[in-house]
Design a protein around this ligand. Structure first.
Ligand SMILES: [Zn+2]
Length: 54
């Protein structure tokens, strides 16, 4: 739990779903593309679940 939580805080993993984002550490928590899309009330695509990207 500790390590992953830390990596999430470093922006390595999505802070919401915990998936790998792009392999970079930003030093602050961030969201993966899927979660970021859900966060934005703006453009709402088809509601596919965040299963797999790519
Ligand atoms: Zn996510």
């Amino acid at each position: 739990m500790g390590e992953i939580a830390e990596m999430m805080l470093n922006g390595f993993y999505c802070e919401q779903c915990g998936c790998l984002i792009d392999g970079e550490e930003t030093g602050y928590p961030r969201l993966c593309e899927d979660c970021a899309e859900e966060e934005r009330p703006h453009k709402r695509k088809r509601n596919r679940k965040k299963a797999k990207r790519k």
